[in-house]
Design a protein. Structure first.
Length: 564
């Protein structure tokens, strides 16, 4: 049975393990950075990122202060604008480097926080679990999550600074709290934590320290009065009533992630069947410890208050797509779980055997958690193919596409490009470069991208198609297409082409350009004894369209001379 030694040996044990733990922490951080940058290489922007890139490229008041999904996003927008001006829009790597730096800094601060309570080795394990938290792949690989991660990093810094007890540390805590709020509204959870700390220590240091909390809250209140009150909210009586279940699911999902029990599907993380039972068991153990006279120090309550604020605010605003077990919530949930666990276990010093077993389990969990991280990378990679192909098609059609042309799912093949409008996108490309496939790259892209590019091109140019009973115009170059399904595809040049079907059964007209497997564009049931006029606008890609006509009776395809 694991044995626990007296806390009196902690200082010696801590000093003995300090150097080795710091070296291993540095190696773990280097490994995590290498994994994140490798997995993120070649990816492009996703979903909400486009709202910043398209609509917030310039430092206007609206761009800086307008809410995004109820959040203040001042600092992320400033970071985005700075990176755009320095590196342009052709690669997401600079933004991914910033995200990785914030993740590493957060892990280092968690190490410092846990070390104060449990020593260097448990602190190292906590940092490693956070660095390789694969189920939270959205936070680890999607630079848009700089908002959440930045607030988390600053929030842990606030908790460490408040423990110092010096006025300079209070100044640092206030500055970090303002920054945490500026990153995202998650900063409010840490403001609540700071308020709890000030109120708990009022007899020791008085209530004059409330300014540490008041200044950031005044900043947030000013933002809310000027801009934030216009944000849409999903707070409802139903959400409030079911919030305890949401919070329990979120806590259970965070334990799933920390223990490498979660599975991934789509954008969400699956829940293990017994995780909620484990959570209840842990709560029971804590209650039993309190009943037996175990007293937890005052430092426990700030992270508890922050976690409760975060989860209940998320519950009150819950909608489909923001489930408690969603990947993007797991990083923050796991962070709070680690901070709370460090306080609950404070004063306990495990034997070397217990530390060795826990260390081995930590390494195993980190390795296992690489699987959901890879799966998350694969999801982003599939979206990158569609995004780069769809945007490449818009650029090819730049000469004729309407400025308000959009990319709904039925055209783009994905539901994550709704923020893009062709006119604003092309202006952004003119200013900062393109993240899209070039026509040459599109020819070698995965089939899913080539297929979807044809669909987008047909709608963006747009291709014209009209079927009527009138005969084709005389003159021009004509080709007879035999019936019986043996016809080869024909090359379509820019301009008008007619397809005339004789008497018989209905036919089909199929088009493709970049696609190789099948024809993404198809008109079925073209009436017999009819003429279909196809108009192909001139664009910026040399690759021609290919036309396939299927009709039992055959057809006549003519290139219409200009002016007819």
């Amino acid at each position: 049975m694991p044995s626990w030694r007296s806390a009196a040996v902690a200082p010696v044990r801590s000093r003995q393990g300090q150097g080795a733990a710091l070296v291993l922490l540095g190696l773990a951080m280097l490994a995590a950075a290498a994994v994140l940058l490798d997995y993120g290489s070649g990816l492009t922007w996703f979903q909400d990122s486009w709202e910043f890139l398209i609509n917030r490229r310039d430092p206007t008041a609206a761009a800086l202060f307008d809410p995004h999904n109820e959040h203040i996003v001042l600092v992320p927008v400033l970071i985005q604008e700075a990176l755009l001006r320095i590196f342009g829009m052709s690669s997401m790597t600079p933004e991914l480097v910033v995200l990785a730096a914030l993740l590493l800094a957060t892990a280092a601060l968690v190490f410092a926080y846990v070390r104060r309570r449990l020593g260097p080795w448990p602190a190292l394990m906590a940092a490693v679990l956070l660095l390789f938290l694969g189920p939270a792949w959205q936070d680890l690989l999607w630079p848009f999550q700089i908002g959440f991660v930045g607030s988390a990093m600053c929030g842990v810094g606030v908790l460490l600074a408040l423990e110092s007890g010096h006025r300079r540390a209070d100044l640092l805590a206030a500055a970090l709290l303002v920054l945490a709020v500026g990153f995202s509204s998650l900063g409010l959870a840490f403001a609540v934590a700071a308020a709890v700390d000030v109120l708990q220590r009022r007899r020791e240091r008085g209530l004059g320290r409330l300014w540490v909390v008041v200044v950031p809250l005044l900043f947030y209140a000013a933002w809310y009065a000027g801009w934030g009150h216009d944000a849409e909210t999903n707070v409802s009586a139903h959400n409030v009533l079911v919030s305890p279940r949401f919070v329990a699911e979120g806590l259970a999902a965070s334990l799933d992630a920390l223990l490498a029990l979660a599975t991934i599907f789509g954008e969400a993380v699956g829940r293990s069947n017994w995780a909620l039972g484990l959570l209840v068991a842990l709560a029971g153990l804590v209650a039993y410890a309190v009943f037996r006279g175990r007293r937890f120090g005052p430092r426990l309550w700030p992270p508890v208050a922050a976690a409760a604020t975060f989860w209940f605010l998320a519950a009150f605003n819950s909608i489909p797509g923001r489930e408690a077990y969603s990947s993007r919530y797991l990083y923050v949930g796991a962070l709070f779980a680690l901070l709370i666990a460090a306080n609950l276990l404070q004063g306990l010093r495990p034997s070397r055997w217990v530390l060795a077993l826990a260390g081995a389990a930590t390494v195993a969990i980190a390795v296992v958690n690489l699987t959901p991280l890879r799966e998350g990378r694969d999801f982003f990679a599939s979206q990158t193919v569609l995004t780069r192909a769809d945007l490449g098609a818009i650029e090819i059609a730049a000469g004729s596409v309407e400025p308000e042309f959009a990319l709904p799912p039925e055209i783009s093949g994905t539901s994550f490009l709704n923020e893009i409008r062709a006119g604003e996108y092309l202006r952004a490309v003119g200013e900062y470069g393109s993240p899209a496939y070039t026509p040459g790259e599109l020819e070698g892209a995965p089939e899913a991208g080539r297929h979807q590019a044809d669909v987008v091109l047909a709608n963006a140019l747009p291709l014209g198609i009209e079927t009527g009973a009138e005969p084709a115009a005389a003159g021009g170059e004509c080709v007879r297409v035999p019936g019986g399904g043996t016809a080869a595809p024909l090359t379509l040049r820019p301009g008008t082409t007619t397809v005339e079907l004789g008497p018989g059964g209905p036919g089909a007209i199929r088009l493709r350009r970049f696609a190789r497997a099948g024809y993404p564009l198809s008109t079925e049931g073209v009436a017999a004894a009819s003429t279909t006029r196809l108009y192909v606008p001139r664009d910026l890609a040399p690759r021609p369209w290919r036309l396939l006509v299927e009709a039992g009776q055959g057809a006549t395809v003519c290139r219409v001379a200009a002016g007819q």
